[in-house]
Design a protein around this ligand. Structure first.
Ligand code: NAP
Length: 415
């Protein structure tokens, strides 16, 4: 048996396996967790109790998660002198599915963001962000419930690939000269960033979005791009996306062009509509016609912006969950930071990690446990028993602690 970070693996659990990019989950999977920095421990304590309670209720002892702590961030640095020990990466690689709280990004010293490193080292090429409304949460639009989308953002390429050169550096100057040889005049005092978008990256992402749509009975997959301006990167993303959809999912999908030409403008029953929208128009569409969209598949930069814009639209930036998924590993995580000023006060909203757990259960095929948690959260918010961040925005709400919010969710799980 391998050992990670010197910590023995619990004997009572089994690892998840992966076949054809899909997890094969035993009834007693070992799931590594990183509790996170700052408010992470408060959030994790409440979340783990909610997860275990939902599983116990849904499966009456036939299933359970065997939790296994792994380390990153400040706790790892204190314990091992490293921010992201190799044992942690190896453990995620070995156990396939992991969940994490927020991590402090070490400042200075040339240390890269731990989250970015995790994504790149484990090739977690899809960032998945579901955005839905929870009744009672204050939102800035009139009908927040009309937005129910899952954003699939490519996670490893685009201008976020980390290929950037500082203004005035040798490499920037060389590139500017190189471009000048090609006939492009770039201001000599420019910093330079490179935007790679590949067939491989695009196909992996769009395949995952389409599989999700099929498995979760979603009706529309929209490719979001700036192909009108950036033809060979964003425009190619659109073209390769359609190509993949037609090659690998021909029986299940219909394109918008086919709907208009061959089906009188109506999506045939049982088919998933694949369409595309230019990114700036998409920002208008989610506000003006939110219920026409369901899955958004998009390159990295567009995806970053549209994820937060959608989450804000339903009032839930502090509640938005996320996952980073690749063919051989998946890490579910809070999308907010460590909120260090609230550390150890038991006041922070744990919903982002709890909802990441819901995504994790759905990914594992443990839908009954996922549903119990969603029901618990909906009822708890409906009863206006909420943490400070929501309480200050709601009329007549009672403020509860992180741990009490967890208790209320558990109490409100009805099978
Ligand atoms: P932050 O930790 O997200 O906190 C900013 C503010 O957002 C908080 O002061 C709080 O607002 C609100 N907030 C965040 N999480 C909340 C929650 N669970 N419940 C209620 N309110 C919440 O952002 P930051 O201060 O910019 O970053 C702090 C550290 O986190 C940095 O080291 C950063 O690099 C890291 N970070 C990590 C991740 C990650 O691991 N995924 C993501 C982002 C940032 P109020 O003060 O108004 O209550």
């Amino acid at each position: 048996m391998p050992v990670f970070n010197g910590i023995p693996i619990p004997a009572e659990g089994k690892p998840v396996r992966v076949e054809d990019g899909r997890p094969i989950v035993p009834d007693n999977p070992i799931i590594p967790f990183i509790e996170g920095d700052g408010t992470g421990p408060d959030i994790w304590r409440a979340s783990q109790r909610v997860f275990d309670a939902a599983i116990a209720k849904a499966y009456k002892g036939e299933r359970r998660i065997v939790w296994y702590e792994i380390f990153a961030g400040e706790k790892a640095h204190k314990k091992f002198g490293e921010w992201l020990p190799k044992g942690t990466l190896d453990a995620i690689h070995h156990f396939i599915i992991a969940i994490k709280g927020p991590l402090t990004t070490p400042v200075g010293g040339g240390i890269r963001s731990l989250n970015v490193t995790l994504r790149q080292v484990l090739d977690l090429y899809a960032c998945v962000r579901p955005v839905r409304y929870f009744p009672g949460v204050p939102a800035p639009v009139r009908n927040p419930e009309k937005l129910d989308v899952v954003i699939f953002r490519e996670n490893t390429e685009d201008v976020y690939a980390g290929i950037e050169f500082q203004e005035g550096s040798d490499r920037a100057n060389k590139l500017i000269q190189f471009l000048s040889d090609f006939g492009y005049e770039v201001n000599p005092d420019s910093g330079i960033g490179i935007k790679p978008i590949s067939i491989t990256g695009t196909r992996n992402l769009v395949r995952r979005a389409l599989r999700y749509a099929i498995e979760r009975n979603r009706k529309v997959v929209t490719l979001v791009h700036k192909g009108n301006i950036m033809k060979y990167t964003e425009g190619a993303f659109r073209d390769w996306g359609y190509q993949l959809a037609k090659e690998e999912f021909r029986e299940q999908i219909v394109t918008e062009e086919e709907v208009n030409k061959e089906h009188g403008g109506r999506r045939p029953e049982g088919k998933i509509l694949v369409n595309d929208r230019i990114a700036d128009a998409m920002f208008q569409q989610v506000l003006l016609r939110p219920d026409e969209y369901s899955i958004l598949a998009t390159p990295n930069l567009n995806g970053d912006y549209i994820s937060d814009a959608c989450a804000a639209q339903v009032g839930g930036l502090g509640m938005a969950p996320g996952a980073n998924i690749g063919d051989n590993a998946a890490v579910f995580e809070a999308t907010h930071g460590t909120a260090p000023k609230y550390a150890d006060l038991d006041v922070i909203n744990p919903s982002s990690v709890i909802l990441s757990g819901v995504m994790m259960f759905e990914y594992m095929g443990w839908d009954d446990a996922a549903k119990l948690i969603i029901d618990g959260i909906v009822r708890t918010i409906d009863q206006k028993r909420v943490t400070y961040d929501l309480e200050r925005l709601m009329v007549g709400a009672s403020k509860v602690k992180t741990s009490e919010f967890g208790d209320a969710i558990i109490e409100n799980m009805k099978s």
